[in-house]
Design a protein around this ligand. Structure first.
Ligand code: ADA
Length: 568
């Protein structure tokens, strides 16, 4: 299942989780592969990352997954893949159907009609770093790019009139008014269809529609008199079910607003202070795949820290993770994949188109989560180079066209020279005082300098925006406690984070929030320039290690966030 709960009651959905036939083809070129000639000699788990198993650890290349499914012959069949890393070509009964580049987001593959009840699915998956094939997964990025069908896979059996997606927006919090946008596709014309909208099992709207063939969007406002606003302290969720003809779709929804007012972020009209962590979806045994118990225990630990916020660095997080954040009342920054893109990338049409498609996919799968309060993109990219600006403009415009109900931000690592800050609603800064720059005793001073620069920026528009410290942290090797208490020791990391949180969120009240770098240690890129500065090949700035064992900094952050929370 994709996510935590079934999205359909009427529409049959075939879950493709489980074992598939598998073959690792290594250096082979996908173009030369004859699907019926592949010798399958292994089994692989879906969802899963093949290179997180000891047998294929560290391997880059082409892999083949195969599975035969039995399906009814009538109706439109759609294969939904929720995240394949990071390039794939899909075949149905030996016929190529579609290619997709980019992991971490879902996409649909329409399956051709067939008279046979069985269909053989074959998916070629490539985890090589090859920008011409997969422009968003680049070797310099500071995380390990695992390969495989990492998230869920399903086949949807859709009627002639089918719901493609349902988008829910809080229109008026006080009046409990929600806009329901139903994107539907009709393969026959004209279609007279009964439609109902039910909330928490109660029917709020019933009508009969006549729809022409093709794609249509149906917009309706509904009022839910009993709805309670969603907030971290009271994460109330409501079930909204849309029934259209023979099809249906269920979404869970939280009534809430998020806006920027001067230097504040406001949730349901009230000022918000974000105390949070960055989180990477990586685990030594599962790669990018996130088993549900792992997601839940990560969130338990994050809540234990007195945190209310998670930055999903640096790509869209698992849909089940967002479902859990909705339930557990955690606020999320949902970020599109990006890491230190250059001005050349930001002028490159292929890169920009791939980013636009990825943004569209991210927003589509994330938009109904009340926990998601911020959109982010292009972590630490070259916004200080004038030629990069048009690329930023284009991507921000695209993102806002997909959803204008959430503020947009991006994490800048050169705020003083940044030429794109005016394009965003919230200014976010990644800064490493006491680790990459300066010493522990200078942390407060260095943080003040960064904030002063922004709050006295020559563009008035920039001066008045909320500021988030989106990364701050230090490396510590789990278990390394040292009498010198210097860099790489657990003590150093604990002291640095205590001082930083205390300065930003207790002593001074100049920022809207902080997200420490980071919750969990994770494997970094195998590229030489990166691995030489990453002990064990890992980014060790987690306050828990890769198996979620707490370092000294865990308790320190819990105490510091607790103190900050009580200050409110
Ligand atoms: C950057 C980057 C992170 C990580 C961090 C670090 O700020 O955004 O992804 O690489 O540096 O650990 O150095």
């Amino acid at each position: 299942m994709i996510g935590l709960y079934p999205r359909h009651r009427r529409r049959p959905v075939v879950d493709l989780s489980g074992t598939w036939d598998f073959a690792f083809l290594g250096a082979r070129d996908a173009k030369t592969i004859r699907p019926n000639r592949i010798r399958f000699n292994d089994r692989m788990m879906v969802p899963g990352c093949f290179d997180a198993t000891p047998r294929y650890a560290g391997q880059r290349g082409l892999a083949a997954y195969r599975r035969t499914v039995t399906l009814p012959v009538q109706g439109q069949r759609i294969l939904r893949l929720q995240g394949v890393h990071h390039w794939c070509r899909v075949f149905g009964d030996g016929q190529p159907l579609m290619e997709h580049a980019g992991g971490f987001t879902g996409f649909d593959v329409p399956l051709p009609p067939s008279r046979k009840p069985q269909m053989q699915l074959l998916i070629l998956v490539d985890n090589r770093i090859a920008p011409q094939q997969s422009p968003l997964h680049l070797g310099h990025m500071d995380w390990y790019h695992h390969g495989g069908i990492a998230r869920g896979a399903e086949i949807h059996l859709c009627p002639d009139s089918a719901i493609e997606h349902v988008q829910l927006t809080t229109k008026n919090l006080a009046k409990r008014q929600v806009q329901v946008a139903i994107a539907a596709i009709h393969r026959q014309s004209p279609q007279k269809l009964p439609m109902r909208i039910l909330v928490d099992g109660q029917c709020l709207l019933e009508e009969s529609l006549t729809q022409p063939a093709g794609r249509q969007t149906i917009l309706r406002d509904i009022t839910i008199p009993w709805a309670k606003p969603w907030s971290p302290g009271s994460p109330h969720l409501h079930d909204i079910r849309v029934e259209l003809g023979e099809d249906d779709c269920l979404e869970r929804f939280g009534l809430r607003t998020i806006e920027v007012k001067g230097r504040q972020l406001r949730l349901n009209g009230r000022p918000l202070r974000l105390l949070g962590v960055n989180r990477h979806e990586l685990h030594p045994q599962f790669g990018h795949t996130q088993p549900l118990p792992l997601l839940l225990s990560d969130l338990q630990q994050i809540k234990q820290l007195n945190a209310n916020f998670i930055r999903g660095s640096h790509y869209p997080q698992d849909p089940a993770f967002l479902d859990l954040c909705d339930e557990m009342g955690l606020l999320v920054w949902s970020e599109a994949i990006g890491w230190q893109q250059t001005a050349e990338h930001l002028q490159d049409q292929v890169f920009l188109q791939a980013q636009e498609q990825h943004l569209t996919e991210m927003v589509r799968q994330t938009i109904n989560h009340p926990s998601v309060i911020l959109w982010g993109l292009l972590n630490e990219s070259h916004a200080h180079i004038p030629q990069a600006r048009s690329g930023y403009e284009r991507l921000v415009r695209h993102l806002r066209s997909l959803d204008d109900s959430r503020p947009v931000t991006y994490a800048s690592c050169q705020p003083a020279g940044d030429l794109c800050l005016d394009l965003f609603d919230v200014i976010s800064v990644n800064t490493y005082p006491g680790w990459y720059d300066g010493e522990l005793k200078e942390i407060g001073h260095r943080l003040d300098q960064v904030i002063d620069q922004l709050q006295s920026h020559d563009q008035a528009k920039v001066r008045r925006k909320p500021i988030l410290v989106s990364e701050i942290g230090a490396e510590a090797i789990y278990g390394f406690r040292d009498m010198n208490q210097d860099r790489w020791s657990e003590q150093h990391q604990a002291r640095l984070l205590t001082q930083a949180i205390d300065h930003l969120m207790v002593k001074r009240h100049r920022v809207a929030g902080v997200a420490i770098w980071l919750f969990n240690d994770f494997r970094s890129s195998e590229e030489r320039q990166r691995i030489l500065i990453r002990g064990r090949g890992y980014n060790n700035k987690g306050i828990v290690d890769e198996y979620r064992r707490p370092k000294l900094a865990f308790d320190a952050v819990e105490r510091a966030f607790g103190k900050a929370m009580r200050q409110k």
